[in-house]
Design a protein. Sequence first.
Lengths: 191, 506
Amino acid sequence: MIAAMTTQVYAALVTIVVVYFILLGAIFLMRAAMVGTEDKYAAKGKVYKVRGFYFWGLCVVLTVGLFWTLRFLPYEEFQQKPGEIVTVVGMQWAWKMGIGSTDVKPKDFTGANQITLPVDTPITFQVTSEDVNHNFSIYNDRGVLLAQTQAMPGYRNDLQYRFREKGDYPILCLEYCGAPHTIMTGKIHVE
Amino acid sequence: MSNKTREPMKPLDAEEFRKQRRLMVTWGVTLLVLFPLLIGLGLFMRLNQGELVHLQPNTFYAIMTLHGLGMAGLLFSFALGGLHFLVGTRFARTSVKVGYFVFIGVVVGVIGLVVATLIGGFAAGWYLLYPLPFKGTSWPEWSSGLTFISLLILGVVWLVGCVHIVRALSLEYGGFFQLMGWRYLGNKEPEEELPPIALISVVSLVPGILAFLAGAVFLIMFLFQLFEPSLEFNPLMMKNILFFFGHTLVNITIYCAVGWVYTLFPEFTGRAWKLTKVTVIAWNATFLFILFAYFHHLYMDFAQPISIQYAGQLASYMSAVPATAVTIFGVIAQLYHSKIKWGVIPLSFFLGAVGWAIGGIAAVVDSTIAVNKVLHNTLWVPAHFHTYMLMGVVLFILGFLYYLTAPQSGKEGGPKAGWAFWTFVTGSYGFLLMFYLGGMNSIPRRFAEYSTMGISSSHEIGALLARLAVFFVVLVLLGIITMGISIFIRLMRWVVTDATSTESSA
């Protein structure tokens, strides 16, 4: 169950827990602000004492958070040797995909908006665009966003993903690229 | 407490104050009229996504463009206008003429944007990501040109407005390093105090000045390209310039508003809120974080050097330290056992700080690269910045407008928060929750409709959340229009009351 939890769920859980404490703290403070039994220096002293703990606690949390999360970056330096390479070119308003790397100019590249790829293989998508900025995004059929990278004209972004399950994976464009933006879809069949 | 209290600025005479007040009221009325209209545009977007109305895609994106540009521009313009008034009536003389120059420039810019989007159909999104405005467009060239010129006008008048306030403060309190509070960094206490609003204004407005210069550069490049279509600029460089401009503009809006919270909140708690070495260090750090935080917009551009990606996460994480450990704890220290009366003014400021903190945690989560790779460009992004703006900046603005026009303030806390206020707050959090749930469910942002996604569950969830959001936006509108009418009447009363000294502003 835990292993099946997506990054989105972890992110939401962290947010919910912190927001819960913020709201709890806010309610406590609103009540505590309505009484005035201490002089202001004593009250401030108490708050600043808590602040000292908070400051060091926050520094520890942020440092641990940095070191922990910076191990899961999507960039080339963190990628494995690819088992398969796929060229992806975004254009207004379709995706062109084809097996293998290419030296052909994006405009001249011919590919299809559907492709079949092997399961459990590290696949590197070499993504670019022939016109404006797009965003190559891989979803699963349950609507969970799995991976993405920008498709920028003049640049190649290498995105790596390993499909763990067989099935169909919809491709969407997540960078607004003109009025028909939402119809810029594709599909990856994994078998 | 060996600090000498600095000689305050020579108070304005009644006529000078009346002029500043008229300018402030002009800003207030402009905000009260435009803000609900711009919410109305957002309502149309959610209605379309909820499949309750059907807009043509280009109409949807033209509305989206105007909503984004309009809200970012209006809220920053008002924050700048608020600082102009507060600084000008209490801390350092600001020119009413310059204030009107900024106001008229903003009005001209806004009219240009309205014409370009609603009549011309310009729909490149609020950040005009290069080279989108020039390729595959469904709108005429003139509307692109009008948008660039209107934004250039806005950028120039904001630049003038920022430079003017910084200059006024520096004439009163010394140069850049004096205004950055460096006198507090030594072992001895400074001989002269610096009001927090002076430091916060400079920390917000100097990055603003740099951002507007950058904005002017890219808009001039856009105009060149419009007249000479064969030109080509580097898209990654353009994206960096663009987000330095756009992110900074939105980011400093809340800091400008925090400036007046530092100034006005103590009147309700009876506790001075002075600068110390810790607050000065914190705000100096914030200055740097404002400049570098925009890097987090480019995490999904893998071609950006990885060191910049690391710096983006570091700057975004670290910005949480001064914001919470100093400002949020500053608010706590102001309030704890202060015997405050929770009138609408301190309540707005306090809930604004809470909204800032909630938007902040959502931002820190999304600024984590490992998380951003599955949240970027989903509804989580508008969720976090709408939290900042709606439950942060707008609450600070409401508190400020009530403060200006409340017959009594100080320990009384101003008028009681009525049903309109609570309807607004409830509606806002409900509306935001729909965005957060959308982000958590990978619903993309900037999608006019969800039926084309080819994923039935996303289509159903996206449309359902949009329909629920419509209900909450109606509550937001109900609350804000009711409060707006009440504040408008107060502004009209305030503008004709006797003004014998600066104190009349309270």
